[in-house]
Design a protein around this ligand. Structure first.
Ligand code: AMP
Length: 555
């Protein structure tokens, strides 16, 4: 006989009632070992706040409307009562428990057992249609006490505040059955179902946990680094240096003919990128890849994320979008290959396995190289790589330790994301241009200059960073400050000061100043600053890196 749900509820209440970790662990520790395997599996999942594990694609698909209607029917509350209770608790489960208590209703017989809850969830998930689902929902809820309603509604409405974090639950399972904490975490990470992990802990078979395809695992995260000098302080050479692509993180699983793509929140996003599936299926064997989805232009340069984003909101992708904004997959790591988990293998070994995959477009490997330099040579090498990555339309660099394992869901010092400190200059606008696309009716592109004794010397042109409202105000402003109108562009009185950020200063034949800012963007307007105080050509010269090749195509 399955255990009573009410005992689970008392445990959950006890866990919620205290903020102390030890007290929470004690409550769970007293309860979990009292359960048989079938109940333990259900109970652990419920503590995690989910009806089904992440390895399971089933969803309850019970809308809030249905839940609300059922609660109203059950408690006799009016819609206003529900709304007021929700205002008070900001949680549908707590609001329902409150309403149920106040209504004084008694739970119908027979009392709920853990298996009843589990069976009801399965039936609801398997049933289509609002009305049939509602019948099953009512049949479950009518048997629930106010305390039981609280948690049933929390789980069904996707409310995460059950009070037990994943790490705490793993801890509790390890203690309850006297197992190693790391072993529990690892089994859970591999298997993706805390219910199964709990049973393995009880049976002492945690080491049997295997990598499960189509159960996405946490993605390894990176620590930001602002100065190139910082890299060497984090770990020693050699360094794996990748381009940092600005797209969406995606984990790809393949087994047999089945291919699935998962987002960093573990959502299945396979259908959003249909053009990637055939090329992925064409790679033989099984695998799990870590990659970034983004748009590349025909020359292989990344298109700005803001543009590619138009595809992301759509669940179904039409022919139009497939043509105008095709997706590419840039792969930078491999976590499993042909049944062999690679999480514990060093990055260098994983990359060697990755390199054996044969990819066809639009799949490609991330640009990656190993740099063994130290000291100034390292800084120079990273600096050149950074500039080259930016040139390819990418955000910057990822610097990784080739000796490091893949640590799911962890942000450590073994992966560094290099975002260089923003350098900024105060400059004056000398000319403006009408924009493109939705900005074609506003003066949105500004050419700007620094001071050189009594003259102004242009050093760049920027067209982003201001809000639409600011741009439209600035359009009126510059219309009134126009000295000469060339149609597309206008010379303006040089007295509007702005602050621009940029990656680098480069020698350039394009401007009379002899320099151009690389990737300039407008940080803000500086009406507070007189033009006599803007930055000078000397400053620009001092910021320019010696030995950087002239570039004619920038700013
Ligand atoms: P963060 O998520 O803020 O820790 O920054 C790292 C993110 O950069 C990852 O989540 C990926 O989405 C993205 N990324 C782009 N290129 C790479 C790469 N070559 N290696 C790892 N992550 C990358």
């Amino acid at each position: 006989m399955s255990a009573r749900f009410t005992d689970w509820v008392s445990t959950a209440d006890a866990v919620r009632a205290t903020s102390g970790k030890l007290a929470k662990l004690a409550a769970l520790g007293a309860y979990l070992p009292s359960l048989d395997e079938a109940d333990l599996e259900i109970a652990a999942r419920l503590f995690a706040g989910v009806p089904f594990p992440r390895t399971d694609e089933r969803v309850l698909a019970v809308g809030w409307r249905a839940l609300l209607d059922s609660v109203i029917g059950l408690t006799g509350a009016t819609a206003e009562d529900v709304s007021a209770a929700y205002q008070t608790h900001a949680d549908l489960g707590d609001a329902t428990a409150d309403l149920a208590l106040r209504s004084g209703r008694a739970a119908a017989d027979p009392p709920l057992h853990l298996s009843d809850v589990h069976d009801a969830f399965e039936k609801i998930a398997a049933t289509r249609g609002v009305a049939p689902k509602r019948l099953l929902l009512d049949a479950l809820l009518v048997r629930a006490t106010p305390g039981e309603l609280r948690y049933l509604i929390k789980v069904m409405s996707g409310e995460p505040r059950i009070g037990v974090r994943e790490g705490l639950l793993e801890d509790a399972i390890a203690r309850a059955f006297g197992r190693d904490r790391e072993a529990v975490g690892r089994a859970h990470m591999l298997g993706g179902d805390i219910g199964v992990t709990a049973v393995q802990a009880k049976r002492d078979t945690l080491d049997e946990a295997r990598f499960v395809h189509f159960a996405p695992i946490g993605m390894m995260l990176a620590t930001p680094v602002l100065e190139l000098e910082e890299v060497e302080r984090r770990f020693t050479a050699p360094y794996v240096v990748d381009d940092k692509y600005d797209g969406v993180r995606t984990q790809v699983h393949k087994d047999g003919d089945r291919v699935e793509l998962y987002s960093r929140t573990f959502d299945r996003v396979t259908d959003r990128f249909p053009e990637l599936l055939a090329p992925l299926r064409a790679i033989s064997g099984t695998f799990v890849l870590d990659a970034e989805v983004l748009g590349l232009d025909p020359g292989g340069r990344a298109i700005p994320f803001t543009e590619f984003q138009h595809r992301l909101g759509r669940k179904a992708v039409g022919e139009d979008l497939l043509r105008t904004l095709p997706a590419s997959l840039v792969i930078f790591d491999i976590l499993e290959r042909d049944g062999v988990p690679l999480l514990d293998a060093p990055l260098s070994a994983r990359l060697a396995v990755l390199a054996t995959l044969s990819l066809q477009p639009p799949l490609r490997f991330a640009r990656s190289k190993e740099i063994g330099a130290t000291g100034e040579a390292l800084i120079a090498a990273l600096d050149a790589e950074f500039a080259a990555a930016r040139e390819r339309g990418n955000e910057g660099l990822m610097v990784k330790d080739p000796r490091s394992p893949y640590r799911p869901g962890r942000r450590g010092m073994e992966w560094l994301k290099v975002k260089r400190a923003l350098r900024t200059l105060d400059v004056v606008v000398t000319a403006v241009e009408w924009g493109h696309g939705k900005r074609r009716h506003v003066l949105s592109d500004y050419t700007f200059a620094v001071r050189d004794a009594e003259a102004y010397r242009n050093v760049g042109k920027a067209y982003s960073g201001l809000t639409d409202k600011e741009i439209s105000e600035m359009t009126e402003h510059f219309k009134a400050r126009t000295v000469k109108d060339f149609g597309r562009s206008r010379l303006v009185v040089p007295d509007t000061v702005i602050e621009v950020a940029f990656d680098q200063v480069q020698p350039s034949g394009r401007h009379a100043s002899g320099f151009a800012l690389r990737f300039p963007r407008i940080v803000r307007l500086r009406p507070d600053k007189p033009v006599s105080e803007i930055d000078t050509l000397d400053t620009v010269r001092s910021l320019s890196l010696p030995g950087v090749r002239p570039d004619t195509d920038l700013g």
